[in-house]
Ligand binder design. Structure first.
Ligand code: GLN
Length: 454
């Protein structure tokens, strides 16, 4: 814990942590020492973690990287972080992220961008997003592991951009209680770690059924680490042809080929499969996620949390809402709220929101059919490129940024578990990731496949 705290102090230039909590960390570390000495050492005992700013941590600023939550200190602890503290883990501080987890580059954070510890010729690169602070902190050894959240790829894409492991569990595996909501039917928290084994151990500690989240599942949490046997003989791996996008860079195609060769050598059978509705996933996601966000973010009204705008004489409650929200939300969040309210409006609900929900059902059915045909896991690239430069997308159409999520959003729409695992470096010397998608509730089996690729 002490060496992580020192490393954090020495790595301010990365801007990964938005709050440091050394007193809490040292107290928790001392308590972990006592438990270790008493022979009562749970799985995460004494392990120093960074926590994404989206998790409510009692008495510690939890702002979702937004000015609208400035100064918000929750009265309660999220279930996931409480589970981690109960398992003996230590909190080093809070980690930056895209505002309200909306973004793929960590550039929408109110704290300014996070810098990827990997670089090319001193050019500053994005760590990805939205869990960019988490990814940068793990990759730069500013914690042993971190929490992330993933609504459309926010654990897996930054993991790929920084050469670490990140898993989004099956929807319902982990409680969302106390995690600031973005799109409630898609959000899941998960671990971001240096190895597949660490991910297995930390996921087990995070997961639980929780009366405070009615969508958390009453399904036993197995010992995920015990599933890491490296034996995948006889398993069937699907290679979905629709993920072979036009213009896919040769280096991405190559790691995909290499990954399937590794799985084949380990005794798995590689099968071409079709997931025909893949091309509709991104448009469906960018209707459903903003729709849910616009509803979830209605609660930030200047009364209940954080920031309230200064009012002029004669201003009433409507002006208070308007000014507070105009000042507090950044441009990307405002864009999502506007898209969301538009697609939910009476005149357009059927044309957009309802249609997107139907498309979502078809995307899920594609996966159901593949698994019913005996496929155990699906292999795809995690991202269409390696990390791009900070500021590079500044003037681009926002849709350019959304294209980063092309391989990951299907997994959230279908509620499935997905893991990103490091797959070597590209010709620029930057990390690339492969994604494995698993059957619902089969995170152990999924991680075992990732273990073979590691
Ligand atoms: N990049 C996606 C978005 O901006 C996904 C974000 C996430 O998974 N939280 O919506």
């Amino acid at each position: 814990t002490e060496s992580c705290l020192a490393a954090i102090d020495g790595a301010g230039a990365l801007n990964a942590y938005c709050a440091k909590t050394p007193e809490i960390a040292l107290d928790q570390a001392k308590a972990a020492d006592v438990r270790l000495k008493a022979g009562d050492a749970p799985a995460m005992c004494g392990i120093p973690l960074g926590i994404k700013d989206l998790f409510c941590t009692k008495g510690v600023a939890s702002q979702a990287a937004s000015n609208i939550l400035k100064g918000f200190k929750p009265e309660y602890e999220s279930t996931v972080t409480q589970n981690l503290w109960d398992a003996g883990a230590v909190m080093l501080g809070k980690l930056s992220m895209d505002e309200f987890a909306m973004g793929s580059s960590n550039e929408t954070a109110c704290y300014g961008p996070v810098v990827n510890p990997w670089k090319v010729d001193d050019r500053k690169l994005t760590p990805g997003g939205s869990s960019g602070g988490s990814a940068a902190a793990v990759a730069a050894d500013l914690c042993l592991a971190a929490t992330g959240t993933d609504t459309g790829g926010s654990i897996r894409q930054p993991a790929a951009f920084t050469g670490i492991v990140g898993i989004k569990p099956t929807y319902g595996r982990v409680s969302r209680w106390g995690v600031v909501a973005f799109a409630s039917s898609l959000d899941q928290a998960g671990p971001m770690t240096k190895s597949v084994r660490d991910a297995a151990i930390m996921l087990e500690a995070m997961a639980s059924v929780d009366a405070k989240d009615s969508t958390s599942a009453d399904i036993p949490v197995p010992n995920f680490e015990a599933a890491l046997t490296g034996d995948i003989r006889g398993k069937k791996i699907g290679i979905p042809r629709e993920y072979r996008m036009d213009g896919m860079p040769a280096e991405i195609a190559k790691i995909w080929e290499d990954g399937s060769a590794m799985l084949r050598e380990a005794g798995a059978e590689i099968v071409d499969i079709s997931l025909p509705h893949t091309k509709y996933a991104l448009p469906a996601y960018y209707v459903i996620a903003p729709a849910e966000a616009s509803s979830n973010l209605a609660r930030y009204d200047g009364v209940r949390y954080g920031h309230r705008a200064k009012l002029a004489a004669g201003d009433g409650i409507v002006e208070m809402y308007e000014k507070t929200r105009a000042e507090g939300f950044g441009p990307e969040v405002q864009r999502r709220i506007m898209i969301g309210t538009y697609v939910l409006s009476a005149g357009f609900y059927d044309a957009y929101y309802n249609r997107a929900r139907k498309v979502r059902a078809l995307i899920k059915r594609d996966f159901d059919i593949a698994f019913a045909d005996g496929i155990d896991a699906i292999l795809t690239p995690a991202t269409p490129s390696s990390a791009f430069g900070l500021g590079e997308m500044k003037d681009a159409d926002p849709v350019e940024m959304y294209l980063n999520d092309v391989f990951t959003v299907t997994v959230n729409l279908a509620g499935l578990p997905g893991v990103s695992v490091p797959a070597g470096l590209d010709s620029k010397g930057l990390p690339l990731g492969l994604q494995l998608i698993g059957r619902p509730w089969a995170e152990g089996d999924l991680l075992n496949h990732a273990y073979v690729l590691e």
